[in-house]
Design a protein around this ligand. Structure first.
Ligand SMILES: [Zn+2]
Length: 294
């Protein structure tokens, strides 16, 4: 069993690197990858820490890059890249785009949209969050959900599910929550290029979660045919069996690489556990053996 998509404290997960390795060992995982958002800081720990002391499986260097596809954010997973080259690119790209500034800007836009809609919200200054690590969208969503009276003011799916809020309502270009992020993140081509120039491989993360993409099959086809990707994440905690079958077959038919992971964030996403996801995810190492030697 493997898990190629995991977040640690270096982005929005709760596990430390050591804790994660220990948990992976407990589950006897054969291969894992730490794929924090837009940074590879977790891997700096291995300058002082030996993976083998904690985990007997294989650790593949990973990262999850946010990037813009036709005006909306999607994610690309980069694997087996050269860390120095990747860090250099990240440093240059994000030099004048500090995460905390971007998130603060988004917080203000989302918060103001809520007020405009007449939603009940605590005063802006009283909301405690850390723009270095927290997401503005999560913070605003939590705040609006903490007022039961807001429930009647918004659609049911908006109230019930955070992913629907971000991937549908925030992605609606004509809606109040849409934010033009084109100056804050690389384009899809730039992100793919960054991975390739760092000698890594670029895999599209969780293609089925983007609720704004009404026709997922043409979305997948477009990514494959018009961008220089190497493959798709074929297993993910959110995928149905039909979705898995579809994308596995798509990769096989088109000679694309496959990957899969839980997208575990530790206690920040309590229902999604390491390797097993919502409980029944079991990813066989066979799917990655074409590009990882295990
Ligand atoms: Zn992720």
């Amino acid at each position: 069993m493997i898990d190629m998509h995991i977040h640690t404290k270096y982005s929005d997960g709760t596990y430390s690197v050591k804790e994660l390795l220990e948990k992976a060992e407990e589950l006897s995982l054969e291969c894992i990858s730490i794929t924090d958002h837009d940074n590879c800081k977790a891997y700096n720990e291995f300058e002082n820490l030996k993976v083998e002391d904690y985990f007997s499986g294989k650790l593949v260097q990973g990262i999850e890059l946010k990037c813009l596809y036709k005006g909306r954010l999607i994610e690309i997973l980069g694997y087996n890249y050269n860390k120095e080259k990747m860090e250099k690119w990240l440093g240059e790209f994000y030099k004048n785009r500090q995460r905390k500034d971007t998130q603060k800007k988004y917080f203000n836009i989302l918060y103001d949209a809520c007020i405009k809609m007449g939603l009940e919200m605590a005063p802006k200054e009283s909301i405690i969050w850390n723009p270095e690590n927290d997401w503005a969208s999560v913070t605003v969503y939590k705040e609006l959900k903490s007022h039961e009276e807001n429930k009647e003011m918004i659609p049911e799916d908006f109230w019930n599910d955070f992913t629907t809020f971000t991937k549908k309502y925030c992605a609606d270009m004509n809606g109040p929550f849409y934010i033009d992020k084109s100056n804050d993140y690389p384009s899809l081509s730039e992100a793919i290029n960054a991975v390739k120039k760092s000698d890594g491989i670029a895999i599209v993360a969780h293609a089925f979660i983007y609720k704004w993409a009404e026709d997922k099959k043409s979305f997948i086809k477009d990514l494959h045919e018009n961008y220089d990707i190497d493959g798709f994440e074929c297993y993910h905690s959110s995928f149905s069996n039909e979705q898995i079958d579809y994308i596995v077959n798509y990769c096989k038919d088109n000679n694309l690489l496959m990957s899969g992971g839980s997208d575990c964030h530790g206690d920040n996403k309590p229902g999604i556990n390491l390797a097993v996801g919502k409980g029944n995810l079991r990813i066989d190492k066979k799917i990655v053996q074409t590009w990882i030697n295990i």
